[in-house]
Design a protein around this ligand. Structure first.
Ligand SMILES: Cc1ncc(COP(=O)(O)O)c(C=O)c1O
Length: 331
């Protein structure tokens, strides 16, 4: 099995693999959830797993400042902001959209004391690289050393986070004595899927399919992005000539994006309510709600044999639910 490089110990690990008895009996497949929404309270979700490796690297490079970017309700930015506070580092967030009301993730960004710059999408999208490099130089001129973390923490460094999760999954699956038909998770910037794709092939076997449920762009975009992250990881760590990595299968389902990134249709909110009521598990409308809705829809369409074991990796995102509470229709 791949040896993990050094990391900081920031996430609550190992997370449980939980069986959902009531939902499973309703849908006719055995649904298991890898509870990565339990990696930490403020840190909930997948980002902290990647940041354990990324921040270890940043500190080893002598950095005292973190710069990263994302949407106004970015879970990755919130996790970076809180971890920066935990480690005594400065954090500067470059956010797409806003200024917006401080709620959900943005409220926590502000509480953590992160510096925040808002850019309208028409400026942010074409100029992101320049904006990040501007802020890096700004901190350099002040005598600080900044590490720039890409969108979602998805690159060859962060990829280790979900290789490590796949190693845990191998143990979970052996302990539960199951043979899953697929591992399913949400894909936003691709790093989680990239890490799982490598890690599952490494620790469980290449025949076990990892399916990324796209929440924004189309399938071609994600296949390309996941492969880019894997290539970046191979270059950084000297795995270019490892033959089994050439044969990895990247599987993306882009049928459940709905109206667009961050915007979900009513069935996603219905799925969120269904899971909360049936199993006491909370999903969000941007990532996990869409992906889980996609999984249930695929089961309904007969994509998996009745009685199959299916593992959903719950990547967190709870604070995004508060930012869209009106759509739940519960007031
Ligand atoms: C809650 C949540 N789930 C899933 C994802 C997708 O992970 P990735 O960006 O690694 O594709 C993200 C971030 O984009 C997220 O915040």
């Amino acid at each position: 099995m791949l040896n993990l490089p050094q990391r900081l110990s920031l996430a609550q690990r190992n997370t449980p693999l939980q069986f959902l008895p009531r939902l499973s009996s309703e849908v006719g497949c055995n649904i298991w959830v890898k509870r990565d929404d339990m990696t930490g309270c403020g840190l909930t979700g997948n980002k902290v797993r990647k940041l354990e490796f990324t921040l270890h690297h940043a500190l080893s490079e002598g950095c005292d400042t973190l710069i990263t970017c994302g949407g106004v309700q970015s879970n990755h930015c919130r996790a970076t902001a809180l971890l920066g506070a935990q480690l005594g580092m400065k954090v500067h967030l470059v956010l797409r959209g806003g200024p917006a009301e401080a709620e959900g993730n943005l409220l926590l960004d502000k509480l953590s004391g992160a510096e925040i710059s808002f850019y309208p999408p028409r400026e942010y999208i074409p100029n992101l690289a320049e904006i990040l490099s501007h802020w890096k130089s700004h901190y350099q001129a002040q005598g600080n050393k900044a590490w720039v973390i890409p969108t979602g923490g998805s690159d060859g460094l962060g990829l280790w986070g979900y290789i490590s999760c796949a190693h845990e999954l191998a143990e979970d699956i052996a302990q539960a004595n199951i043979k899953p038909a697929a591992i399913v998770s949400a894909s936003g910037s691709g790093g989680t899927q990239a890490g799982l794709t490598v890690g599952v092939a490494d620790a469980i076997g290449p025949e076990l399919q990892v399916i990324g449920m796209a929440v924004s762009d189309d399938s071609a975009y994600f296949v390309n992005k996941v492969k880019e992250d894997i290539d970046d990881w191979r270059r950084r760590y000297g795995f270019e000539d490892v033959a089994w990595l050439d044969a990895l299968n990247v599987s993306v389902n882009a049928d459940y994006i709905g109206p667009g990134y961050g915007v979900a249709a009513q069935p996603v909110f219905d799925t969120i309510k269904r899971l909360a009521k049936l199993e006491g598990i909370l999903l969000d409308p941007v990532y996990t709600g869409k992906a889980f809705h996609g999984l249930l829809s695929e089961i309904e369409k007969g994509r998996f044999a009745a009685g199959s074991d299916l593992v959903f990796v719950h990547t967190g995102g709870l604070f995004g639910l508060f930012a869209q509470r009106e759509q739940l229709g519960l007031a």
